[in-house]
Design a protein around this ligand. Structure first.
Ligand SMILES: Cc1ncc(COP(=O)(O)O)c(C=O)c1O
Length: 384
């Protein structure tokens, strides 16, 4: 049977290959976007898991929008206006897929930052969108480029990760948040604000969502994958009711609704008195790992390698002297370190800068230092 054209043009994923290679236990993997599994708050879910045995109703078919008591809780926590709704989905990745399927026709233009989250490129690629990119600096997207992009290509939506971006770790400044929201309103572009790393701020001051400045021109995706556990596959989509209605239609066709027992467990977790303490705990652990990797990069990598500082999230982005980063990543793998090379994060074949993405949340501090020492050796020994 012939594969659909939309699937035929999706490249096989380099990251999937590298993650498979990185599963060798002798490899120190800084490649995946994995939280540390020792932090999973399983003990905080235990009371809700045990209570399930007496909750026959959650094992019945449920509403597509989500488990009612959880929807009530989320509506309050997100402080949604009357006109807005939240729906639950199977990871925020499903939310993104629903958005693409509900709103993107082949050749519709979707704007995004470059570099960009791989899973978003895949979803919009499957929808056969025309992807246009805007470059990013240390405070967010280049505003002049963004305005030019909105003016000349009239994108339907602008997909962005303003809090601790994947792959660069960049967190948009308050000014950028305001400016982007203003442009979205002016050019009638819907902001798709993807915020899975937002709660992982370990230093600096919290900033408002970009969507707070353009609530009627935005859809927000949130996730429990990075702050609780990715295996739960739980995320949410929120926005104006009129924006969510088409998503509900698509979700109904996709899977009727997300697992209700899991949603009941999530409600128990979010309402657990110790959940805020759990968040503080993971922030402290990740902060110390970030400090470790930051210091190791400065101590061991050649001076021309520059690390972009961050105040949260899971990744650091290290720019390198011009080189073939695929070749470098393969050589590093031969030396038992897995990293992700920069071209993977660029949707177009335009020359990406030489850089690597390093995850600092899944390896312990000793391994982080060893990994950076190995990267340093490989960079010193091999001309690229
Ligand atoms: C920016 C971004 N959005 C969405 C996701 C997917 O998250 P989820 O596990 O909630 O589907 C990821 C996962 O790495 C991500 O980095």
């Amino acid at each position: 049977m012939e594969t659909a054209y939309s699937v035929q043009q999706i490249q096989s994923s380099y990251i999937r290959e590298i993650l498979a290679a990185a599963s060798d236990k002798n490899v120190i993997s800084l490649a995946g976007g994995l939280p540390d599994e020792k932090t999973f708050p399983i003990h905080l879910m235990k009371p809700a898991i045990e209570a399930l045995t007496a909750m026959t109703d959650v094992f019945q078919y449920g509403a597509t929008i989500g488990y009612e008591p959880l929807i009530v809780h989320l509506t309050q926590t997100y402080n949604l206006p009357e006109t807005h709704r939240v729906m639950t989905c199977t990871g925020s990745q499903q939310g993104l897929d629903l958005i693409a399927r509900a709103y993107v026709n082949p050749n519709d233009t979707v704007a995004m930052e470059a570099p960009c989250y791989l899973g978003a490129m895949q979803v919009f690629g499957l929808a056969q969108a025309n992807l246009v990119t805007v470059s990013q600096d240390e405070s967010g997207p280049d505003i002049n480029e963004l305005e030019l992009c909105f003016k000349t290509t009239s994108p339907k939506m602008f997909y962005a990760v303003p809090d601790f971006h994947n792959p660069t770790g960049v967190c948009w400044s308050l000014e950028k948040r305001n400016q982007v929201a203003t442009l979205c309103i002016k050019y009638n572009v819907v902001l798709i604000e993807d915020a899975p790393y937002r709660e992982l701020r370990f230093s600096g001051e919290p900033l408002p969502l970009v969507s707070d400045f353009c609530p009627d021109h935005s859809i927000v995706l949130r996730s429990l994958s990075k702050i609780a556990s990715p295996g739960l596959r739980f995320g949410t989509v929120s926005g104006k009711q009129s924006y969510l209605e088409p998503l509900l239609k698509v979700k109904q066709g996709a899977d009727l609704h997300s697992s209700t027992p899991i949603q009941a467990i999530i409600l128990g977790l979010l309402q657990h008195a110790e959940f805020p303490k759990h968040l503080e705990n993971i922030r402290a652990i990740y902060r110390s790992r970030y400090d470790t990797i930051f210091r190791a990069v400065q101590a061991y990598l050649p001076d021309e390698c520059k690390i972009t500082p961050t105040e949260g999230g899971m990744f650091v982005w290290v720019t390198l002297p011009e080189c073939d980063t695929y070749k470098l990543a393969n050589e590093l793998l031969a030396n038992k370190v897995a990293v992700v090379p920069s071209p993977v994060f660029y949707p177009t074949s335009a020359e990406p800068p030489s850089a690597i993405r390093l995850n600092f949340t899944n390896a312990d501090p000793e391994d982080l230092v060893t990994a950076i020492q190995r990267i340093s050796q490989v960079l010193k020994n091999t001309p690229y």
